[in-house]
Ligand binder design. Structure first.
Ligand code: MN
Length: 408
């Protein structure tokens, strides 16, 4: 059974003012062509399918795009296995799962062999079997969505007092759910088994930053037993491709560079083959080209702009964060911005400062610096409330601002 492992699609995402839909569709189409080229049986997407920034009509278009791109794969007996990540909208994904269950109500009891040729989405810990279409042997799949309270905590454990307590409960609930599946009467410890999970496993390399989640908010689980327990572990969540402890325990990484922190990443997908007695050979990586993302600092517009024109003749697709310094009376800001817009039409963020306004902190003009208390609170709230409607979000932020003002 040939499996293509990928994760963190974040479909419908935006970077600053730039809509990434097209970039991500191209990447999804490349995944589909790898499925065909490699005669893949199972496409395994380890969570974060959709961006939290995607609106309902964007989600609809995304699903329709899948229908077109994966029609042939599914019609010829391919199967798509997916699970939810921390960026996937829980109620939207639950709706998808409920609708699919309505369409085939008898499919998907724990440990059952499911029919190929369709998509399965796990919105809670899930255990299913797929039969190899050539060899006829079954492969067990354990699908573990990102541990959120609503998916993993039950009853009294939902009454946590602090974020730390919540995190600790989720870490043990994740391990319990996995242990329960492996102890299920239908689970065969000797048969081939693949785990797919959207989670941060202790010991992995994050890179410059986690994607839109702070280390404090993240749930970090223990994975030291996984290499022994599974023939392959397909991970999602950390965007930097890597293997972890063993070459068959992998983060495939995202399918595109999603932000500046990923500028040095070489993206790709993993191909692994599972036979009746386990893994056949080592997993291999197939590359995915991705969009350049970088920062450009303009200190002297009259000198830098002609130079940038020379150095970046073909930057029309590049995602660029522009930091501009100009001198009033010498540089025309509007003209500088227009020129830069011509060189880098896909700039995603830009800031500028007049030289005279810089004062003694000139050297720090482009440094990110550490965030103040108020800013940290505001950033955290905006992130947490991203899926709430705008008026609700704004009114909560307003209350927070008032409290912050009182404190100051
Ligand atoms: Mn994630």
């Amino acid at each position: 059974m040939k499996i293509l492992h990928t994760a963190d699609w974040h479909l419908g995402d935006r970077l600053g003012r730039i809509d990434r839909t097209e970039d991500l569709r191209v990447a999804v189409e490349r995944v589909a062509s790898y499925c065909k080229q490699e005669a893949v049986d199972v496409l395994l997407v380890a969570g974060d399918l959709f961006s939290e920034l995607a609106r309902p009509d964007g989600l609809r278009d995304t699903i329709r795009h899948w229908q077109e791109v994966f029609r042939e794969f599914l019609e010829t007996g391919g199967t798509i296995l997916t699970l939810t990540g921390n960026h996937d909208n829980e109620s939207f994904c639950q709706t998808l799962v409920h609708a699919m269950t309505l369409a085939s109500p008898t499919v998907g009891k724990p440990g059952e062999t499911v029919p190929p040729g369709r998509l399965y989405l796990a919105a809670e810990p899930t255990f299913l079997r797929l039969e190899d279409r050539m060899g006829g042997f079954p492969v067990q799949f354990v699908l573990m969505p990102f541990p959120t309270p609503s998916r993993f905590l039950k009853g009294d454990s939902l009454k946590y007092g602090s974020p730390e307590e919540k995190n600790n409960l989720l870490v043990s609930a994740w391990a319990d759910a996995l242990r329960d599946i492996r102890a299920h009467p239908k689970y065969d410890l000797k048969a081939p088994a693949v785990l797919s999970a959207h989670v941060h496993i202790h010991g992995s390399t994050v890179g410059p930053s986690l994607f839109r989640i702070t280390t404090e908010e993240d749930v970090v689980v223990q994975g030291s037993e996984l290499p022994e327990q599974f023939d392959y572990v397909a991970l999602g969540h950390i965007h930097k491709p890597q293997w972890l402890g063993a070459t068959h325990v992998r983060y495939s990484g995202s399918i595109e560079r999603m932000d500046l922190g990923e500028q040095a990443d070489q993206k790709g997908v993993v191909i692994v083959e599972i036979g009746p007695d386990g893994r056949n050979g080592e997993p291999t990586v197939l590359p995915l080209p991705s969009t350049p993302i970088y920062e450009v600092v303009v200190l002297e517009p009259s000198e830098d702009i002609p130079r940038l024109k020379q150095e970046y003749p073909d930057a029309k697709d590049d995602l660029v964060n522009l930091h501009i310094r100009y001198t009033a009376g010498k540089d025309q800001l509007e003209e500088v911005l227009r020129e830069l817009d011509r060189i880098f039409p896909r700039w995603y963020a830009r800031d500028w400062k007049e030289t005279g306004a810089l004062g003694p902190t000139l050297a720090d003009a482009t440094a990110s610096g550490s965030k103040g208390f108020g800013e940290t609170v505001r950033d955290y709230l905006s992130q947490e409330l991203i899926q709430h409607d705008q008026t609700e979000r704004e009114s909560i932020l307003k209350i927070a601002d008032e409290l912050l003002k009182e404190m100051e």
